[in-house]
Structures are given as C-alpha cells and as structure tokens.
Design a protein around this ligand. Structure first.
Ligand code: GUN
Ligand code: ZN
Length: 432
C-alpha cells in the first residue's frame, strides 16, 4: 500500500548557486510514497489527497518534511572520542584520537559502538553517511550490519594505515595484503545491498606506504563502483609534513594523483589550504570536496574557501567529522558553515545551506539519482522537524514574514531535539 506523509515540505529542485528559484517550500504539503519506498509525487495536500484515495496517511501536522541529511565525512572509531582536549590536528591525533581508535579491537565493544553510531546518526536526521571505518575488520562488519539492520544509507571502508610513526599504536597498522583481503570481502558484501557501498579509505598521505597506495589504486580499478575517500590540506603542520615526506611531488594532491586516486569517485575531506593548481585539478577530475565546519573551528584548521571551490564547479558535501567535529548533526554544522562564510564576507541563505546538506551532498556523492530531494522516483529519505517541541522556537517563527525566513531561523536554532521521525526508503528508521 502507498503512504501519504503530511507536513510542510522544504527541498531544493536545483542548485541555488546557479538558480535563484531552486528552493521550494510547500505549506500544507504532501509526499506520496509507493510500497517500495519510492516517491510517486509531492505537492499541496489538497492536490495529492484526492488522487491517493487508497493510501494510508501519516499526518505530521505543521512539522517540516525535509530531505534526509547527508554526512560526507565522519569517523566511526572516534564515536567516543569527541571533545578531546587540546592541540591542533597532528598533536590531537596522537594524543587523543589514535589511542581511542584502538578500543575497537574488542569485538563486543565494536559491535555495540556500531549500533550506537548508526542509531545516533539516524536520530540526527542523517540518512546517508560516508564513513571512515575502523582498522579492525570485525568492527567494519558490525558497522555494515548495523546500517543494514537500521536502514542507514552507508558508504564506508576500513581506515588504512601502514606507516609506523612516533605515537602511532602498532595495533592500528594493517599490511597491504590484509587490507586488500578485507576490502574485497566487504565490497562483495555490499554488492548485494542497495543501501551499502564501499569506500577505499587511505587515511591520509602520511599514513600509507607506497605498497598500501598501490593496493588502493588496484581496488579502485577493479571495482569501479567503489568510492575513494581521504583527507587533504586540512592543517598547516600536516601540509608541511606531507611536503617534507613526499619531496618529489609538487603539492599534496599530487601525491594522491601519482597513485591514480584523483577521480570522479573521490571525496577529499577539508581542502582548506588548497592551491589554485590543486583546485583546477580537483575540478578537472570531478572529485567532490567535503567541508567540515565544526571540526575546522574546533581544531583551528582554518576557514574553508567555499567560493573558490564553487567557482570551479566542484561539488561540495558537508561533514560532521566526528570526533574533531563537536556535533553529530549536519543541521547544527550548517550554522557553523554559515558563520565561516560570514567571516569571509559571503552570506549564504536558506537555499544555499539546505542544498549543501541535501541535494548538493547527494550530487557530490553521486547519489542524486536516489536521494537529496523529493523528485518522482527517488527514495523517500527525509526527516521531520517539529519546531513546536520548543516554546521559544515556535514563538520566534511566528515573528517571521515568510516560510523562507522560518527555514533560515530553523537552520540556526533547531537541532536533533526537534526531530520527530527519520524515514529512509519510506521506512521509519527513527521515532517509532
Ligand atoms: N587527518 C588524518 N586523520 C584524521 C582524522 O582522524 N581526523 C581529521 N580531522 N583529520 C585527519
Ligand atoms: Zn576526518
């Protein structure tokens, strides 16, 4: 049986950086979904309800129905390592993060963490996540199984490290041969699962030997449906270390390019200090870039140059970057994204912000045929935001002149506390 979900609809029908009319808001809206979880049609409820006479009705009243949020960068093994004190990227990694990642060596702990992690993302309205997995294969098996069980659209892969160094726990290092075998087995698992995808994940240039990079190249070549994710140009000290290590390369991107890792399936996290040459090459190759607002502020990494990326036509997705990020909510990260651009004299509006977290993110992850807005035939992935759960928010919205103004207020003032339900493929995955 089909279902009609009732509420105020807000989504993007196009890219607002190119089209000023891309944001569509429908008060008293309706989203009509078939029994396979695909969108039949959306519109005013007075137009949809007379056509959907056989459908069951889920009435969210005055709450907002918004496409599921897309988190383009988050570290599963850092689930319990948020808000660790002190230092910028490289010190923070050695002091706080790498030790925390060793905890997933314990299969019971890892299984429990995987279930908590997936449920937490769904409770924040995230329906699609690109995840840096654990170094331990059993933990990644738990992660994929949890995503399958709870209904998260997941792209993930083992975080690859085989270069020993001061402060790097030995237990986090794999051999290239082991990395290859583990990846092959999870790629095969994902091939039968419509919501699951594999991402080859060299942690960053400094963590991987020539042999590990060759394994990544081979996997990407042999499995063109996989993704490649890594970090780039996040922090000054990191860039200096990379250039000191790879002296024969002209810049950071060139290290990845040398191994054939710069492709249209590649998602590069951070890209704060990227040079003009690197940007041109990223655009030419069709890589996506992931901007991680709260992480960049927390680690003091720098101000993401959004305009330089957009001007080159590079697709952008947003990431929480847990554990450097301080919120699991992409919605909360939008407010930080706004402020980071304000500091650079760019005032993003509600359309730009919502786009980055939904349709824009889906495009960047090459999933916009499946998710990102309410176009007919896409999967019904959305969350329900109810501002009336909060007295102040309800009162504040009553002082807005338009629904677009209300949406802008919500982007700054609402959080996961106001989420009533999350739905993936028409199935309620949070808020029973
Ligand atoms: N660069 C290499 N590893 C990491 C990580 O775990 N977090 C962040 N923010 N940057 C990294
Ligand atoms: Zn990261």
């Amino acid at each position: 049986m089909s279902t009609v979900f009732l509420g105020s609809i807000a989504h993007l029908t196009a890219n607002p950086f190119e089209n000023p009319n891309a944001l569509e808001i429908i008060e008293e809206g309706a989203l009509w979904v078939d029994e396979n979880g695909k969108i039949i049609e959306y519109g005013k409820r007075s137009d949809i309800l007379p056509k959907a006479l056989e459908a069951s009705i889920e009435d969210f009243k005055n709450a907002w129905i918004i496409p599921g949020l897309i988190d383009g960068h988050i570290h599963f093994p850092q689930y319990f390592a948020t808000a660790a004190y002190g230092g910028q990227l490289l010190d923070w990694l050695v002091q706080s993060i790498l030790p925390a990642e060793t905890a997933l060596a314990n299969p019971t702990f890892a299984h429990d963490a995987a279930h908590r992690f997936v449920k937490h993302l769904l409770s924040c309205g995230t329906t699609t996540a690109l995840v840096f997995g654990s170094q331990f294969h059993h933990a990644n098996v738990s992660l994929f199984n949890a995503a399958k069980e709870y209904g998260l659209r997941l792209i993930a892969g083992a975080t690859l490290m085989d270069s020993p160094g001061e402060g790097i726990p030995d237990s986090l290092l794999q051999t290239p041969q082991q990395a290859l075998a583990d990846a092959e087995s999870l790629i095969s698992f994902c091939s039968n699962e419509p919501l699951l995808h594999y991402a080859i994940t060299p942690r960053y240039a400094l963590s991987c030997s020539d042999g590990m990079m060759q394994v990544c190249r081979g996997l990407l070549h042999d499995h063109p449906e996989t993704y490649l994710q890594t970090h780039i140009n996040e922090n000054d000290g990191e860039i200096q270390a990379v250039m000191g290590h790879f002296k024969q390369h002209r810049d950071y991107l060139d290290v990845y390019d040398h191994y054939g890792l710069v492709t249209e399936r590649t998602v590069l996290a951070h890209s704060i200090h990227t040079t003009d040459r690197e940007l041109a090459r990223i655009a030419q190759a069709g890589c996506a870039v992931c901007h991680c607002p709260s992480s960049n502020l927390y680690l003091g990494s720098g101000l993401f140059p959004l305009t330089r990326h957009i001007d080159k036509g590079i697709n952008i997705v947003l990431g929480t970057d847990i554990g450097a990020g301080t919120s699991f909510s992409i919605w909360r990260n939008l407010s930080d994204a706004y402020k980071i651009q304000q500091l650079q004299r760019l005032s993003l509006d509600a359309a730009h912000l919502l786009y980055l977290a939904t349709l824009g993110g889906a495009k960047a992850l090459r999933l916009d045929h499946e998710t990102g807005n309410f176009a007919t035939g896409k999967s019904a992935d959305f969350f329900v935001l109810n501002p009336l759960k909060d007295n102040y928010l309800g009162e504040r919205l009553s002082h807005c002149d338009s629904l677009k103004q209300q949406l802008f207020c919500l982007l700054h003032l609402a959080s996961e506390r106001h989420i009533e339900a999350t739905v993936v493929g028409g199935r309620r995955v949070y808020g029973m």
